[in-house]
Design a protein around this ligand. Structure first.
Ligand code: SF4
Length: 353
């Protein structure tokens, strides 16, 4: 009997947006989508992976974008149907979709929930309408609040994304944003520092960004003000509300990326493959390369990375022992300290052999 492959988390990319935001360098296009073609393509990719992996168990499903909330219910429902047909989808697994305010009505959200959605990740970015305009967002703060309130009233888990460190931002602005998040009772949020990518409208604007030390003050103020605990460099949650999909991926679990711009890490017959789309890329990885990735993602999290033999083999233990202010060992896991998290990129260069 052929050996069953390991469980694989599933990420589905929806690469369409109503318009492009001024800071965005993600793979997404502001076009009128041909949803029938998109649905056919995604279903074909799902069939492709099911043929390769067999009916493996799926611990989480994540629809990311782009703007998944633009999807018609029919598309969402056809994709969920084929996933259930070709894989083992245990009852109650986490099924997330990202949503932008103004692109999903209460009726459509109810239809998504009836089809299995149980977690909504809302792109809020700011509770200040002037800042939303500056960022090139199409919605108002009020629309974002209403979407979050409605989703929470339906009993599903809700996350919200925010951006801080805009030109002219002060630590006080970030503190206010955190107090607003606390007041709304949101159980999960992601707080991203604004970074300027060259191929974006912001990249051509010569913006006066806050200094590195001001950004670091804001980062520390967030952790000190939010009611939620930090469980990854940019992610905060109540204990029961952590994003299981991302936690699995950061912990080194296999995942399939479905959709042209989606990348995955597939585990087949004890070999890891770097993957993109269905057949666009499917390249075997060395054990050392995969172990280094596990350290890079694991060290971003409060739980750290599990010290499996492959991780052990690429860790510079002498450096780790000389730098207890940066990394600590807790049982069978290696974790970054608060200081280590602030200089993560530098630390990883030293830690990985
Ligand atoms: S909605 Fe998200 S993916 Fe789309 S352009 Fe804005 S930031 Fe980029």
């Amino acid at each position: 009997m052929p050996r069953m492959s390991a469980p694989h988390n599933i990420y589905i990319h929806v690469p369409f947006c109503a318009s492009k935001c001024n800071y965005c360098a993600f793979y997404s296009a502001a076009v009128r989508p041909d949803w029938e073609k998109y649905t056919r393509d995604i279903c074909a990719e799902i069939n492709h992976w099911a043929d390769i992996l067999g009916p493996v168990s799926v611990p989480t499903i994540f629809f990311g974008g782009g703007t998944p909330s633009l999807m018609p219910t029919e598309t969402f429902s056809k994709i969920m149907d084929i996933l259930a047909e070709r894989f083992h989808i245990p009852a109650g697994i986490e099924i997330t979709a990202e949503a932008n305010p103004g692109t999903i009505t209460p009726e459509k959200l109810n239809e998504f929930i009836a089809t299995g959605l149980n977690r909504l990740s809302v792109g809020v970015q700011s509770f200040d309408d002037e800042k939303l305009k500056f960022l090139g967002r199409r919605h108002t703060a009020d629309q974002a609040r209403r979407l979050i309130d409605y989703a929470m009233s339906r009993g599903i888990r809700v996350s919200a994304d925010f951006i801080y460190g805009l030109p002219g931002d002060r630590t006080d602005d970030v503190l206010q944003m955190c107090r607003d998040i606390n007041d709304m009772g949101i159980g999960h949020c992601s707080m991203y520092e604004l970074t300027i990518e060259p191929a974006t409208p912001f990249g051509k604007m010569n913006l006066a960004m806050p200094t590195e030390s001001k950004m670091a003050d804001m980062y520390c103020a967030i952790a000190g003000t939010l009611r939620l605990g930090r469980y990854e460099v940019s992610n905060y949650a109540d204990a029961a509300q952590e994003c299981r999909h991302n936690a699995n991926v950061w912990d080194g679990a296999p995942y399939i990326g479905i959709g042209r711009g989606a990348a995955g890490r597939v585990l087949l017959h004890d070999t890891w493959y770097e993957q993109m789309g269905a057949g666009v890329m499917f390249t075997p990885m060395t054990a050392a390369a995969r172990a280094a990735e596990k350290i890079i993602t694991g060290m971003r999290t409060r739980r750290g990375v599990k010290i499996t033999p492959d991780v052990d083999a690429v860790t510079d233990w002498q450096w780790a022992e000389r730098n207890p202010q940066m990394v600590r060992r807790h049982g069978d896991r290696l974790c970054a300290t608060e200081t280590g998290l602030l200089t993560l990129d530098h630390m990883l260069v030293e830690l990985i052999r």
